[in-house]
Ligand binder design. Sequence first.
Ligand code: FAD
Length: 597
Amino acid sequence: MSDSVEVKVPDIGDFKDVPVIEVLVKVGDTVKAEDSLITLESDKATMDVPSPVSGVVTEVKVKVGDKVAEGTLVVLIASAAATAIPAPAAPTAAVPPAPTPVPAPVAAAGTFAGKADLECEMLVLGAGPGGYSAAFRAADLGMRTVIVERYATLGGVCLNVGCIPSKALLHVAAVMEEAAHAADLGVSFAAPKVDLDKLRAHKEKVVGKLTGGLTGMAKARKVETVRGYGHFLDANHLEVEETTGAAQDKSGGKKVIRFQKCIIAAGSAAFHLPFIPRDPRIVDSTGALELPTFNNALPKKMLVIGGGIIGLEMATVYSTLGAKVDVVEMLDGLMQGPDRDLVKAWEKQNAKRFDKLMLKTKTVAVEAKPDGLWVSFEGEQAPAEVQRYDMILQSAGRAPNGKKIGAEQAGVAVSERGFIPVDSQMRTNVPHIFAIGDIVGQPMLAHKAVHEAHVAAEAAAGQKSHFDASVIPGVAYTHPEVAWVGVGEDEAKKAGRKVSSAKFPWAASGRAIANGAEYGFTKLVFDEETHRVIGGGIVGPNAGDMIGEIALAIEMGADAVDIGKTIHPHPTLGETIGMAAEVAHGSCTDLPPLRKR
Ligand code: FAD
């Protein structure tokens, strides 16, 4: 006999209207208890809703893009009554501050009895910001450390094909835009001439300076680098298939490394939509950063799939370089992290930048023809006609590399989606193996990876370090920048939390007016009971450089008086943070008087 079990979204903390980003089952699928059914993604965490029973899926009540909250019915399962287990208290959250429950240790599938070529106390797999920071910290704490990396340079995605090259190009785009607007200020320049080879060389030089610096710092710490693909043989051995050349060709050489402790920092890779064909004109962010040309020219018409930060940053670069850019986004808004008022101000400034901004719309088919890439869309803002593009950037998210490293051989648990669950010391279910960075969950950001790296290395060295950051700032380095941290006003209100907010419009900032940025604003969010600042956001130039002050204020438990009475230099954009705090406690004299109630 079988019962019909209703699977509802369990307690997911203060979140409401959380988008469904993946539906992992369909009607007729057989599932086991604890198998993931759907994946939700708030700005803080990716969460899988697991099945409470074993059985067969009879109905799926949600689809990708739907928004859910605690209690939303998601799936019906016909189950053998005897297999039912109590409903889980909460879905598995992939990031701090609610770390994923770490599965109990399981026996490693692998046992390696052969001879090792190299022995170390600490092995770090992957040399991105997480990996190199972990390796350097471990070495500084006295561990003999080896780092394994398939690429020729250290630095991972961030330094080689992520944060740094994108900012090198965004800087050039900003200079071009400033020069174009300078005519309004009385200084005119000729139209820019772009030398693509020089531009690429500039970007490579920036990357080379940083990655070269890391090589020097590894040497200075006696951290040994082994180049190649690493995969676990068991819980104390990793095999490295050596690589060579820019294409990461396997050279045939192999090395076995025996380690006492390990930190997995193997990162993530761009997610490729399965129905999109392989074609040199269809690129991910790595391809877009190469500034490819077609018929000796940059694309004239480009589609960006995904209105997240990476897509919008690259859209900013290409549109400044002359491309007509369309952006298609499945959800109802761009940039899922910040409050909507920040995004609205950004959209206003970027209204002329994009040809079509298609929200609640999906790309459903792409045909690669000699005369272009022909794309069909479905959804609220889908054009009726098939559209032609010279280039498509796929930036629909990144997937963790957890399933590509033979983790099961070491007994390390990996989630359905490839994330590795860890505790607050970044320890996996295997006590001497840690994991950090993109591979452990959202937000996939370099500064999160670095902090986790230090915690893991310190915990491995026996220290009582825990990842207990209250907030992780996010920044879109677009024009203008958008930066946010902590609890958003929108999110707090939806969750029924009593908050107040205070805004300082940059139209009242001397520096912003002088810089032509009076459209920007700075906002602080306060808890109504404790009066402490719990969040904030900034839109305008250099927002990313300033958001750290609000993060510090939140970590220090500051209130509006603490921030407002801190003397900020004048005239700076940074003083708008102090002034927003003054607005909150009613002492701001740079705005018209507040109306008496
Ligand atoms: P990664 O940087 O992904 O490094 C993992 C490393 O492991 C890689 O070098 C990989 O080659 C290696 N590796 C993987 N598997 C193996 C294996 N089996 N054997 C050997 N080596 C292996 N974040 C920000 O904070 N700010 C930004 O401005 C920003 N901009 C971005 C722009 C773009 C275009 C992209 C794509 C990302 C951006 N990010 C940004 C995200 C940031 O790059 C990542 O969050 C960060 O790099 C994660 O660090 P990590 O150490 O976890 O992993």
